[in-house]
Write a protein that binds this ligand. Structure first.
Ligand code: ZN
Length: 440
């Protein structure tokens, strides 16, 4: 570590209040998804700040993408600062959307209140704190006047919480996450200040429909209930598939350790007539239209199957199809349909990849300890960067405690904001090529 790098760390240390204030300002823009509120305001807030610091700023609205409308435009911001042209580009990608506040808060969810050395509010941890740290890291690098040989990019993207198709997915299809534009990507998700997330488990979302035959509900024996057929299928999921999955362990360091197996969540189920909220008034009369007596001819369930690196997508689907076929053979009248909703295979960036190595060395320098390497139980925007952008050199690294994400009284520690900004800045020196050029 030479003197200029130390000066850079001192410069970031002096920005403690600035990174706190920036986190607060971001949290006060209520970018709740769904439906995707205030994206435009948040993108412009980031873009206007960065353009004053010398970044070239682009706003990319995902026209035609799911969820995009004039009332809720899916507006992303991408900012690039070009240093020299011989080095490589480091990109910090943060999603700007947050989930709804929900109940149980003792702090104002969109107030950005500071207490106990923390900033509280929806999105502090997931992941506006990480976004603030990456902005402060890049601004400090630029202000340092060090001859950075490559480029720095910061993006604020939409809809990560709902799949990222109008955000990183949309940008990746347009080359924003590919070489030669970008070489290394750090996603400041709240994995913890000393942990490097290498990738995530795979996911298959699918819909299964069972079919029956409609009849009068007072003579169900004349029909065939799709709900009864679904019940038989769900019984098999619960008694056969789920126990089998619990026994399927991965060697990947997924956190929390409970997710080091395959899992299945039955996300939703719907059969028969459209649900109403039935209630009676003072006379005892129903307040909503009452149901008509019919036997359900269709029942649908949405399955959320998370799979481990040791499994493959085809086998994951086949295992469910085999259960349905077994029911078709053994259960009179059983018929089904199955449909993919979306899928992503597991990703894992190698431990010796440049972005992993640079971040690990920066963690050791700033925190005085070795990082731990983890994988995420759920997917995040890395899936689009790897699959569509074809860029392997990508990790998630950022401040905050993952368990607090989406919870009431979500917070991020101010010390963590500062530490991770330092780590991001040092890693960027390495990845752009500055360190290599400036070592004695
Ligand atoms: Zn997140």
């Amino acid at each position: 570590m030479n003197a200029s790098a130390q000066k850079l760390l001192d410069r970031i240390e002096a920005k403690r209040e600035e990174v706190t204030a920036l986190t607060q300002e971001l949290v006060r823009i209520p970018t709740v998804n769904p439906p995707g509120d205030a994206y435009e305001a948040c993108a412009h807030f980031i873009g206007e700040r960065l353009s004053k610091k010398g970044f070239a700023v682009e706003y990319v609205r995902a026209i035609g993408a799911p969820g995009d409308s004039d009332s809720h435009p899916r507006t992303n911001v991408v900012a690039r600062w070009q240093g020299g042209s011989t080095g490589e580009c480091v990109h910090f990608n943060s999603h700007i959307d947050v989930v709804e506040a929900g109940s149980g808060w003792t702090y104002e969810p969109f107030g950005g209140q500071v207490a106990n050395g923390r900033v509280y509010g929806r999105g502090t941890c997931d992941m506006k704190g990480g976004l603030a740290s990456s902005i402060i890291a890049c601004e400090a690098l630029i202000e340092s006047g060090l001859p950075i040989p490559g480029a720095l990019e910061i993006s604020g993207t939409v809809d990560e919480e709902s799949g990222g198709f109008a955000g990183v997915g949309y940008l990746a299809e347009r080359g924003y996450f590919s070489k030669p534009r970008v070489h290394h990507v750090i996603i400041p998700e709240p994995l913890g200040v000393d942990r490097i997330c290498l990738g995530h488990r795979g996911v298959w979302w699918g819909e299964v429909e069972t079919r029956g035959r409609i009849a009068h509900g007072s003579m169900p024996f004349l029909g065939d209930s799709a709900i009864n057929h679904m019940s038989a299928f769900i019984h098999l999921l619960e008694t056969q598939l789920q126990p089998r999955l619990e026994g399927r362990h991965t060697a990947e360091p997924v956190e929390p350790p409970g997710a080091r197996v395959s899992t299945l969540n039955i996300n939703s189920i719907h059969g028969g007539q459209v649900e109403q909220h039935y209630a009676n008034d003072a006379r005892g009369w129903p307040t909503a239209q009452t149901p008509a007596p019919v036997v359900a001819h269709s029942c649908r369930t949405v399955l959320d199957r998370r799979f481990i690196a040791e499994e493959n997508l085809e086998a994951v689907k086949q295992e469910i199809i085999d259960m349905l076929d077994e029911l078709k053979r053994t259960r009179p009248g059983f018929d089904y349909g199955i449909r993919d909703i979306m899928s992503f295979v597991p990703t894992a960036t190698p431990k010796d990849a440049p972005v992993v190595d640079a971040t690990a060395r920066a963690i050791a320098r700033v925190l005085g300890r070795e990082p731990s390497y983890i994988a995420s139980p759920g997917t995040y925007d890395q899936k689009h960067i790897v699959r569509t952008g074809k860029l392997q050199d990508c990790i998630a690294y950022g401040p905050g405690i993952l368990d607090l994400a989406h919870q009431p009284d979500e917070y991020v520690g101010i010390q963590e904001l500062v530490d991770s900004a330092k780590i991001m800045a040092l890693a960027s020196l390495d990845l752009t090529g500055w360190t290599r050029l400036n070592q004695a």
